[in-house]
Design a protein around this ligand. Structure first.
Ligand SMILES: CC(=O)SCCNC(=O)CCNC(=O)[C@H](O)C(C)(C)COP(=O)(O)OP(=O)(O)OC[C@H]1O[C@@H](n2cnc3c(N)ncnc32)[C@H](O)[C@@H]1OP(=O)(O)O
Ligand SMILES: CC(C)C(=O)C(=O)O
Length: 524
């Protein structure tokens, strides 16, 4: 019976789940806009990213990660949840007290729930820093208020205001000299903004703004999270546009986004919400973070980059960032992660390989400035990646794939006939192998099949197919010309590897199927 009831639920999801309500915004403007500049970025790898790990980072690991984020160019970094653990508290102090770790233009952000003792502890961890954002959060979504806190809207609003006033008292209004040399900002997160009635979110933010009294130079940050992503990106964009249009003193407010990826749409939601007016984006490298992760900051940045917009951060040495990330989080970057995965610039597919190979040849011959490459939206070299990994060969590959690897191994362009022939050799091998055919294997197959292994002191330099007619004409033997040309010759230019000086020409007669039979050597 139990089984039946769960079956019936699966057949009728509406009995269990409600559709997310639409936003009434008939004159929405965001669909007609484009992104033209990067947002203010805030990586939260050391807080939201860290809190999602099986093994939270220790102080040295956090420091290494922090320094990597600074090197990438981030100017606001959420470094900890100081009241969560001694490690986080001490790490925050370490960033401030160790000379030359935190550049003067980098603002560190620390987070606390709206609880008096925890706010006090949080502020005490950052005293002495140059620039700080105190980030307080509280749950405003109806389900959270009712289920977790048992608080009314009024009680929630009061708590938010009291907390903002406390932060103010401890920071920008404080008489403590240690607090007076700091540039203080306040960030408030009404948690699960996406599921909070807009009218209540606005009312609460207005009250907190009045309590904090921000300025145009140091605006208050309202971070509007999809703590759990619950609706399509267009719905989120509508919510953000409504908020941006309705909040008063917009010039004193920085609207920040913090999207999680529960529906797999965090990148799209974050991009559309920027069209809708948001100024700032919180997220994590490689989309780390609670559950399905925070929005991936690298994808967002490189999406801008490939539209010709400088993202303000620099991913030109992506491999070192991947290493730091994997060592720090113990989470491998997915091989298909946009732009950065091991396989994203790589194809096994014959038709794609052919297009890419032609693309590279075209790019080289036209010396085109603009990047227009079939199947590859970003030049891997811009990320410090090599081209070698682009084409890899298995049984799904064709002649272009094996020819690309022969070029890598021997630096020669195969003539088309030979490409076709060699590809059949590789295909037969790949089918039997049922696996990738490596560069080393391709090179061995080529040498063995065309008998280049016979002369191990020689290196292949060039390789062309000549008709017998060409050869005879070259050698002035036109009198030997016979009608009905039947044989094709393969001319293989080699040089001796050992002393590297004398040039040899090995003439090989390409017999049926172009198997090379070397006939003679000569110094050219
Ligand atoms: C969406 C986010 O990412 S929010 C950030 C979440 N991050 C963390 O929780 C990591 C750090 N947290 C901690 O170290 C601890 O949970 C502390 C220090 C905050 C609190 O510790 P404890 O007092 O031992 O409470 P515990 O961990 O059991 O959590 C329960 C408390 O969290 C509160 N809580 C639950 N959900 C939320 C929420 N969304 N926002 C704020 N507080 C919450 C509960 O009200 C409860 O408080 P109560 O005991 O007064 O009722
Ligand atoms: C508290 C906020 C910033 C958060 O982490 C979330 O909503 O996911």
């Amino acid at each position: 019976m139990q089984i039946n009831s769960s079956h019936s639920r699966l057949c009728d999801p509406a009995a269990k789940y409600d559709a997310f309500p639409k936003v009434h915004l008939p004159h929405r403007k965001w669909p007609n806009k484009s992104l033209t500049k990067p947002p203010r970025w805030l990586p939260t790898d050391l807080r939201d990213g860290n809190q999602s790990l099986v093994q939270p980072m220790d102080s040295d690991t956090k420091l290494r990660f922090f320094q990597a984020l600074v090197k990438l160019g981030y100017k606001e970094i959420e470094v900890s949840y100081p009241s969560s653990s001694q490690t986080d508290f001490d790490f925050t102090k370490r960033l401030i007290e160790t000379p030359n770790i935190t550049p003067d233009d980098v603002c560190i952000q620390v987070m606390s729930p709206c609880r008096e003792e925890l706010i006090r502890q949080t502020v005490s961890s950052v005293l002495g820093a140059k620039k700080v954002t105190i980030h307080i959060y509280l749950a405003t979504a109806e389900c959270f208020r009712r289920v977790v806190f048992n608080m009314t809207e009024g009680e929630t609003l009061d708590l938010a205001v009291r907390s903002a006033k406390l932060v103010r008292e401890l920071t920008k209004d404080s008489q403590d000299p240690a607090a007076q040399s700091t540039e203080w900002m306040l960030e408030l997160t009404p948690e699960v903004f996406q599921d909070t009635p807009l009218e209540f979110a606005l009312r609460l933010c207005e009250a907190v703004k009045a309590a904090w009294e921000p300025t145009v130079d140091l605006p208050i940050i309202f971070n509007l999270p999809a703590t759990v992503e619950m609706a399509m990106p267009n719905v989120f964009a509508d919510q953000i546009e409504c908020f941006c249009e309705s909040i008063s003193e917009r010039e004193k407010v920085c609207v920040s986004l913090h999207s999680h990826n529960d529906r797999g749409c965090a990148v799209a939601a974050t991009e559309m919400a920027q069209l809708a007016g948001a100024d700032r984006v919180e997220g994590c490298l490689f989309g780390n973070g609670e559950r399905t992760g925070n929005v991936d900051l690298i994808t967002l940045a490189l999406n801008l980059y490939t539209q010709g917009i400088h993202p303000g951060v620099n991913f030109s040495d992506i491999n070192s960032i991947i290493s730091i990330f994997e060592e720090s989080t113990k989470i491998p970057v997915h091989v298909r992660a946009p732009y950065v995965g091991k396989y994203v610039f790589c194809t096994f597919t014959g038709a794609h390989q052919d297009a890419i190979r032609k693309g590279y040849k075209h790019q080289e011959s036209t010396r085109a400035q603009k990047w227009k490459m079939p199947y590859i939206p970003l030049d891997p070299q811009d990320l410090g990646r090599e081209h070698e990994a682009i084409i890899r060969v298995n049984s799904q590959s064709g002649k272009s794939g094996s020819a690309w690897l022969v070029k890598e191994a021997f630096h020669v362009d195969l003539p088309r006939d030979l490409e076709v022939h060699f590809s059949q050799v590789v295909q037969t091998h790949a089918d039997i192998l049922g696996d990738e055919v490596t560069l080393q294997t391709i090179s061995n197959l080529f040498q063995t099949h065309y008998m280049l292994k016979t002369y191990t002191d020689l290196e292949l330099l060039d390789c062309k197919i000549y008709s017998k007619l060409d050869i005879l004409l070259q050698e002035g033997q036109s009198q030997d010309l016979q009608s009905g040309i039947s044989k094709v010759y393969l001319n293989v230019h080699m040089h001796a590897i050992e002393d590297n000086t004398p040039m040899f020409r090995v003439r090989g007669q390409a017999l049926p199927k172009y198997g090379l039979r070397c006939k003679r050597f000569s110094v050219p």
